[in-house]
Every structure is written in C-alpha cells, then in structure tokens.
Ligand binder design. Structure first.
Ligand code: CTP
Length: 194
C-alpha cells in the first residue's frame, strides 16, 4: 500500500524551491500542500490522462506513484453472484505512464522511482533505460525504515550518465530535497545546451 508520503514530500520540496507544482494524486489521507495545485485521480487510466495533460506545460515530471500494473479486463454493473465455486478475474495491463510521457515529451526532465524487493540496482537500471529517464530513485522496499507507509526512506539515485548516489536513511522530506536539487541541476544543464 502506498500512502503518498514520498510524492507529497516531493511536491512540497519543489514548491519550496520556487516551482509551480501540479500534484496528481491517487486517494490519500494527506492534506493538500499549500500553494500546490492538486488533481485527484482514482484509476491508472485517470492518472495517465492527468499526467500527460500536465506535462504539456511542465519542465519536469517526478513520478513517485505506485501505479497498478493490471486492471480487471471487464467490470460488472451487476452484483457478481456466488453460485460458481471459484471465480477467476481476467486482468489486462495498464499503460506505462512514464514510457508514454518519454515518447511524447522527450525534452522534459523525467525522474522515476523503482520500488524493488530484489536485485535493486540492476532492476532500477533497466527501468531507467526502458523508460528513458534522466534519473531513477531506487528503493529497496524490504529494508527497514524504507518504502511504503513510513516517514523515512533509503534510496540510491541512478543517473543516465552512469553516476550512482547512495543516500543514507533520511526523512522523506530530505530525500525529496535531494531529488529537487538534482532536477534543478538537470534543468540548468538543459537550458545551457538549448
Ligand atoms: N510507472 C508508470 N506507469 C505504470 C507503472 C509504473 O509511470 N503503469 C512508473 C512509476 O511511477 C515509477 C516507475 O514507473 O516511477 C517504476 O515503477 P515500478 O512499479 O517500480 O515498476 P514497473 O515499471 O511497474 O515494473 P515492475 O512492476 O515489473 O517492477
């Protein structure tokens, strides 16, 4: 289960750094940070549409959401009765939001998260390449004090140029500040080369 704490911390850090922030959020008990435009979504498809639309006018996307990879293929408008002994629900893949953003907005600074329970760095590196990101924040969700629900996180930042930054166990607010500092550097570099 995802609490939204990491994403909200990133929104706050970006706001504090002077950015105009749009926070696309799945249901969360967290309060909307002051000065941030929050767009509420409930499904992966709604998140896909909201993120792609916000990217039209954005300089950077930081994608901390734990998006469902599968959805039920069909929905029932009637109650499903229990006569049959077992029930199998066919699932269909949801669209990969980051991949679609990378295809549509190649110039946008893109930072993803990789929640892993094994082979952290190799799986994260594969996502960095596959989703065409600038940086991926790799997160061992089995480590104590890391991952879902808690206020702390221990992450490793993998950069497209091969740099690897292993951060110590920090509060999610501190992790968010690191990420925003990286975004600021990347935006500076892009402006410089444009
Ligand atoms: N992500 C996305 N759209 C999806 C699934 C994931 O944009 N449908 C993003 C997440 O927000 C995150 C990154 O892709 O920034 C990696 O998500 P993760 O759940 O770790 O990996 P998956 O790509 O879903 O791969 P797998 O579940 O096989 O590990």
């Amino acid at each position: 289960r995802s609490s939204g704490k990491m994403g909200y911390a990133v929104a706050i850090a970006a706001r504090d750094a002077g950015a105009e922030v749009t926070l696309v959020s799945a249901p969360s008990e967290l309060p909307t940070p002051a000065g941030v435009t929050r767009i509420d979504v409930e499904t992966a498809a709604q998140m896909h549409a909201a993120v792609l639309s916000a990217c039209e006018t954005a300089d950077a996307l930081i994608m901390a959401a734990a998006v469902a990879d599968f959805r039920p293929e069909t929905t029932s408008s009637q109650k499903i009765k229990k006569e049959t002994a077992t029930l199998t629900l066919p699932l269909a893949r949801t669209a990969d939001i980051l991949k679609d953003v990378a295809a549509r907005f190649p110039q946008l600074v893109k930072i993803g998260f990789a929640a892993e329970s094994e082979r952290l760095l190799s799986h994260a590196r594969a996502k960095l390449d596959g989703k065409k990101l600038d940086v991926i924040v790799a997160n061992d969700i089995t480590a104590a004090g890391s991952g879902f629900g808690v206020d702390t996180n221990q992450v490793t930042l993998l950069h497209r140029d091969g740099r690897v930054d292993a951060l110590p166990l920090l509060s999610k607010a501190e992790v968010a500040e690191h990420i925003i500092a990286v975004v600021r550097d990347l935006l500076g570099e892009k402006r410089h080369t444009d």
